[in-house]
Every structure is written in C-alpha cells, then in structure tokens.
Design a protein around this ligand. Structure first.
Ligand code: TIU
Length: 228
C-alpha cells in the first residue's frame, strides 16, 4: 500500500488494484484543426499536460498498474452520435465534417487518435466512448471489475468536461478517484482550478486531488521494490 499526499487528505493505493485512466489525449483536442478548435478554443492551453503525464505513464508502466486510455468519438456513420450533440453550437463544421486531420471526432481518423507522446503500448486498454464520461455506453466498468480495480488515478482533458464527468460516474460506482492536477487541463484555466476544487471539497465529495510529483514520490519506493 502506498500513501499519496493529497487534498483533502492522503490517498492510499495499491498499484495492483489501481488503474491509471488517461482521458481523451487525442489530436482532436490538443492540436489545431480538430474538435477543440472547432468549438472556438485555444488548443495550445492543453500542451502543458503532456510532459507530466508522460512521467506518470512511465511510472504506472513501471509499477505494473493497469493503464486505460480513452478516446471520445463516433462511428463513421454517426449512428451513435445523438442529434443533440451533432447540432449543439449551431456550427457549420461539426462532428463528422472533414478537417485537416480527417473527419472530426470520428473513429479511425487521424484527429481521433492519441497524441504520439502518449501512445498506448501493447497490453494497455484503449476504450472508445461516445460521450463525455468513460462509463457511459462503454465496457469501462467490466474492464475494471474484471481486474479487481478499486482505485483510479484520473488524468487527461478537459478537466471540467470529460475528466469531471468520468470522476462523477466512477464515484457513484464506488471507485476511489485521485485526480492529478497538472496532468489535467482545460481551455479555461479558471474552470480547471474550480473543477479541481469541486472534487476535493466537502471532505472529498467526488475524490482526491494531488500533483503528479506527489504520486511519483509515493510510487518510487514501489518501483524500487519491483527491481529488488
Ligand atoms: N469541449 C471540452 O472541453 N471537452 C470535450 O468536448 N471533451 C472532453 O473533455 N474530452
């Protein structure tokens, strides 16, 4: 068992029953010409998440933690895309439209895939989701229960949208969630800050929040044990 210094108090985890969840680190959200930019956002704001997340991903791989990468997107025929999601924003260019990285938010297209710096390796779970939460219309819960996972370290983008929705879904299903503040990002810095505060407030109403350094310093002894 490893104890991570966190808000509102320490988060105890066992790497064997913990999954690192990396949410939607896709070109469509992080690079120009994708869904994030289509929504009117400055996508460069998310770049700061990549380097700390690379370090956490390396530590999770080292300690043998289950790693789950999610991708938000839809079938090429859009059969799984609610009309409400398609028409929201009244933009002419929308989900399924052609862009510089292929069709926007469509599975199999360049923009839908994970940025190269965080590319999944064999043995890691890549979970495609049509909504904002990782549990809605996916086999996320089955994947976690089959591996006896009870704790989640949640990272990715965006803090107040897909990260928050996933943490709320996980919390209601009984999973303990630690959100890493510098491994999540938003197009709205103020939403990021307040979104994190919302999670840890009220005694940890949805979970815990820590900086990646706090997780890494707690995992280092576990990493050393593996090599012993
Ligand atoms: N728009 C926005 O902030 N986010 C999304 O649409 N999806 C995710 O957060 N992945």
């Amino acid at each position: 068992m490893t104890s991570v210094s966190a808000e509102p108090y320490e988060f105890d985890l066992d790497p064997a029953t913990t999954a690192l969840v990396v949410i939607d680190m896709q070109r469509d959200f992080l690079q120009p010409g994708g869904f994030g930019e289509l929504l009117g956002n400055d996508v460069s704001l998310l770049a700061r998440v990549v380097a700390p997340l690379q370090r956490v991903l390396a530590a999770a791989r080292e300690t043998g933690m289950l790693v789950i990468h999610t991708r938000e997107g839809h079938r090429p025929d859009l059969a799984d895309c609610p009309p409400a999601k398609l028409t929201r924003g009244r933009a002419e260019t929308t989900i399924g439209s052609s862009g510089p990285k292929g069709r926007i938010l469509i599975r199999g297209e360049d923009g839908h895939d994970i940025v190269p710096e965080l590319r999944p390796i064999p043995g890691e779970v890549v979970l495609d989701k049509p909504g904002k939460g990782a549990f809605y219309a996916t086999d996320m819960e089955a994947v976690l229960r089959n591996r006896s996972i009870t704790h989640l370290v949640v990272t990715g983008v965006t803090t107040e949208v897909c990260v928050h929705t996933t943490v709320r879904e996980a919390n209601d299903r009984g999973f303990e969630c630690l959100v890493l503040s510098d491994c999540c990002g938003s197009y709205f810095p103020e939403f990021h800050e307040v979104g994190l505060r919302m999670i840890a407030a009220q005694g940890g109403i949805f979970g815990w929040v820590a900086a990646s350094e706090d997780l890494l310093s707690a995992l280092i002894p576990a990493t050393a044990d593996l090599g012993a």
